[in-house]
Every structure is written in C-alpha cells, then in structure tokens.
Design a protein. Structure first.
Ligand SMILES: [Zn+2]
Length: 400
C-alpha cells in the first residue's frame, strides 16, 4: 500500500512536472507571438502586420483565442495639420464599360480608357485612397492620415472590366489591368475595388477564365458584391414580379451562383440594378435580410446607382439601405473631386490614419452616431476656424 501510494505520488509529481513543462512551452510560444508581431510592426507597419497575424499564429499552431493582440504604438499625428474629419463624405464611384466602343454615352456607362486613366490620376491627386464598399460598411476604414477613402465600383461584370487574351494574359486594355498598372506606378493609390456581379451572367463574359478572374480579384483583396440574379429592375413591377419571394430569390440565387466560382465571394453588399428599389417600402427589408433555397443572407448595405458623395458610416444620417454613388458621365466626377476638395458645401472624410479612432473637429461632434462607433474611440479636437457642415438638421435615416 505504502509503496503504491509513493508510486502514485511520484507519478503525480512527474505528471505535474510534465504539465509544468508543457505550460511553460505554451507560455513561451504565446509570448513569442507578440514579439513576432511587434517585430512585424517595426519592420513594415500595421498593414503588413495585420495581414500576417493569421500566418504567424498558424505556423506556431498554438490554440487560438488565448492570444491577446499587441496594441500597436500610439499613432501620433498633428491634428491641426492633418485636420481629420471622419464624419465627412466618402465618394463611391460607379463604373460600367471602359472603352467598349467609341460610342461614349452621356450617362457614363461607356467611357474611354483615356478618361478612366485621367480619373484615376485625378482621384490620386486629390488624396483619395481606394478601399472596398465592405470596409466602409463595417467601419473598417484603414486609410493613411490625411487621405479620403474612395470606393471604386464596377457593375455587371462586364467584358471590358476584366478580359483575358487568347494566350491567357490579362488584356492590358481592360479596366482591371489599367487600374493595376496605375497602382503599380502609384503605390499611394492601391489597386482595390468592388465588383458587383450578376448571378445569371458569366462574370466578365469569358466562361473559361471566369473562375480564375474571380479568384484573382479575391486574392488581391478586392470585394465581390451582389448585383442581383437577373438584373431585373425592382422599381418596375411588370406582371407583379416584385414580391417578398422574388426579392429573396434575386439575392440568394446570385450568392449561390457567384460562390460557385469562388466560395470566398462575400456577396454581402447589394447593388440594386438600375438603382431601382421596390415601390412598396415594406419589401425593402428583404433587400437587407432574408432566406431562400437554404441560403440565408444579411446585406450590410444597399447601393443606389446615382447620387453625390456618400455619408460616413459614423454620421447620424448614414443610411445603409440607400448608399449614393457618383456616376462618371460628362465631368461629374471631376466636379465632385474639386468640390469635395474645396469643402465648400460638403466636407470630405479625412482620415486620422488610425482605424481604431474616429476623429472629428468639435463643430462636427453633433453629427457623430455614437452607436455606430463599436469598439472605436471617439476623439474630438478643437480646430480653429472649422465650419460645421452645411447640413441644417440631419434628416432621419430611411430605415433601421
Ligand atoms: Zn447593373
């Protein structure tokens, strides 16, 4: 009995020691993560670090959620110089065809490649910085200090947006290649866009390379958004086709069809064809949320086809159900660029460079929707001479 219990004690001891060694090893591994992350931070800035967090953690194969992320060193900016205003306007630009033919139309649905290049240059020169619609919708606006976020959208998955040549190369004359090349020469204007695809139409009209293209875009951090299944206009209810069931089918079937090209297609920002919303407002909730054929969905935002610069997601009048977009007809975009830059009527969103803080001059504090801040910290600062927005009284949001 005695020697048995001694054995048990020493077994327990050994087990205890083993447990201790394992725990120590685990702690060391966990301690290594912040160090590695900190090293990443110093080496290449937050963008690189946040991208690589996943890779580093999985390399070490440590059980995940115990690790608390390292707080990056506080970002110091001169508020009086940068003048951040994160309830200012965010431009969302809408493209269709680029150089489909020389018949350029007055609606901006087909513009020349030269015009597209000039616009990329003008947006870059204005200090605009491309992010996806999804980032805006989530309030994840990671843009360098002093820059204005811009969302560049391409509708319909058109052939001129992304084309491959018979030898498999990307056509240097398609919009994707032009934009990618522009960003290569201008790293301060990254290659990032949102592509609104239609369920029943082959993305970018080339069957053989469609899946490759969708993957190519997702691999590079672009967003694949939902532009309905059939592209029928919901403000035109011929034959009474618009119903709770048909709207849910339009959203859900498009998700299924586009995800068949790449399951990573997020498809949770919804762009209504032709900007046409159902006339019966009680049906709008199915644009936001629904379920059909076993596919449940929740759209973060619904986008219109026309309008001026959009609201910041932190502004009290931001309405996720009706997001404006700037068309590229005539010189409309060019005039919006200069108006926003001058800040005469509308104030642009100007980033503080810190996605975890929402900075606004004191005269704009009344426009902040505190409920939309989430984990972000509000920073209000005094900016002598700063005007309040010309908006008199914020209009109520059209939906909740
Ligand atoms: Zn469309």
């Amino acid at each position: 009995m005695k020697s048995n219990s001694r054995q048990q004690v020493s077994q327990r001891k050994r087990r205890g020691q083993r447990r201790f060694r394992l725990t120590a090893l685990l702690i060391m591994c966990m301690a290594a993560i912040p160090l590695l992350l900190a090293a990443q931070w110093w080496r290449g800035g937050r963008a690189v670090a946040s991208k690589e967090i996943g890779a580093i953690t999985s390399e070490l194969a440590v059980p995940t959620p115990i690790v608390s992320p390292v707080a990056p060193p506080a970002l110091q900016i001169d508020l009086q110089k940068v003048k951040p205003n994160e309830v200012g306007r965010i431009p969302i630009v809408m493209y269709h065809d680029i150089g489909a033919s020389s018949n350029y139309d007055s609606l901006g649905l087909n513009i020349s490649r030269d015009k597209f290049k000039r616009q990329l240059q003008a947006m870059k020169d204005a200090g605009w910085y491309p992010i996806t619609m999804r980032s805006v919708a989530l309030g994840d606006i990671d843009v360098p200090a002093g820059k204005t976020p811009v969302v560049i959208t391409f509708d319909d998955g058109r052939a001129t947006t992304f084309r491959t040549l018979p030898d498999g190369r990307v056509d240097p004359n398609c919009a994707v290649a032009i934009f990618e090349e522009f960003s290569r020469r201008n790293p301060e204007f990254p290659f990032r866009a949102t592509f609104y695809l239609i369920g029943t139409s082959v993305p970018f009209h080339q069957k053989e390379t469609a899946a490759w293209k969708v993957k190519y875009l997702i691999d590079r951090g672009h967003e694949i958004g939902n532009h309905s299944n059939t592209h029928r206009y919901m403000d035109q209810n011929a034959g009474g086709w618009v119903s709770a069931a048909s709207i849910q089918r339009e959203v859900a079937e498009a998700i299924r069809r586009i995800r068949a090209y790449d399951v990573r297609a997020t498809m949770d920002t919804y762009c209504v064809p032709g900007g046409g919303y159902p006339k019966n407002r009680s049906l709008w909730r199915y644009l936001k949320e629904g379920s059909e054929g076993g596919t449940k969905y929740k759209n973060l935002v619904v986008l219109k086809a026309w309008g001026g610069p959009s609201r910041s997601p932190f502004h009290i009048s931001y309405d996720p159900m009706v997001i404006d977009r700037i068309g590229v007809m005539g010189s409309y975009l060019e005039s919006q660029i200069s108006l926003l830059k001058a800040g005469i009527e509308l104030q642009p969103y100007i980033s503080d460079g810190d996605p975890d803080k929402v900075s606004v001059p004191r005269s704009f504090e009344k426009y902040v929707n505190k409920a939309a801040l989430g984990r972000r910290v509000l920073r209000v600062y005094d900016l002598p001479g700063s005007k309040s927005e010309t908006d008199p009284v914020p209009e109520p949001a059209t939906s909740n």
